[in-house]
Design a protein around this ligand. Sequence first.
Ligand code: SF4
Length: 405
Amino acid sequence: MPTVTGVPPTIRTRTDACPGVVSPHAAADGALARIRLPGGTIGAPALRAVAALAREAGDGTVHLTSRGNLQLRGLDPADPRPVEHLTAAGLLPSRTHERVRNVLASPLSGLDGGLADVRGLAAALDRGLCARPALSALPGRFLFALDDGRGDVAAERPDLCWRAEGPDRGELLVADTPTGVSCSPAEAPGLLLDAATAFLDVRAAHAADPAARAWRAAELPGAATAVASRLGDHTPSPSRHDDRSARLRPPEGGDVLVGASDGGALGVAPVLGALSAGQLERLAAEGAPELLVTPWRTLVLPVPAPGAADRLAAGLVVDPGHPALRVSACAGSPGCARSLADVRAHALALVARGGPRADAGPEAVHVVGCGRRCGAPHTPHRDAVATGPDTYVIDGHTITTEELR
Ligand code: SF4
């Protein structure tokens, strides 16, 4: 096999158990269901359906995830309504592929900036993914991205990324590594799907035991070369080798819109990424016909109703300087049995104190209940890790909850 570098691949000792709707996760506060939104796109009627489900069958809240998905908590694992209602809302088009429908797309593409317009490509990729039975074997953590050239979703560590280099062309990256294989935006979904098939072949060649196979492309030595070598129908682009080293690291990034954009879109952020069912219904009304959930736990309303920002400011963050934008938290107690502290209450108190201290730099603080550090943002941040109900370690120092800054 042309890809083996002598470095052993990661050996897994447990199976990938990313939750979905059909297979929710058993959390301390009930079943947790993750609703995949390829490209983060959700129509207003579907958003209302999620809100109703949260109110009727869950704990009344909906959480945004770091992959631009939605999550419900406090469900009864025997309750058939989540599968029934989400299928009826069009949010569960495939039961076999639901956990592998992990697709990011630059949320502001076609609205503000970017080199190409990737709108619609995530939906095309999703349709193609669900139509290929073999791709249901992808790990639940495997991530696709369609980056419009600004580098925002390319920075979210996707396994496979098509990144625009201009309006008519973009390159395939495998685990952040350019491959030299390029195609037009319209061809990008097909290229990514072929690359996903190649990934499955490469990891099977590394480990015969399915239980020991890699979850992420970065876990396979030489993955970019190995995947590219199997893409026979896609022509490598020879001009790309000169500046390869300069493009290995995606641009830092953000492009996280909070407030109004020059193009008229509106970005809003729920505090700690959690929305009440009522807030979700208001967003559906203000953002119809379609909204976008971003991997930075915000939402974009491409065409907000006139005056929406003022109305949504009652309860949601629309001010880009708001301290809540620099504080995040995992589920913590009581939702997670591993947690040593009620981290969300402590994170809210930190927001009320004005957020992380300015002399610590621009970094955000991610408050977590144990060393697994779930949900950590990929942007610069400091972790505050609970060591007891009222103590944390941050920057190597043990502090009390009140000292958390
Ligand atoms: S970081 Fe620890 S406490 Fe927080 S959700 Fe993950 S496992 Fe639970």
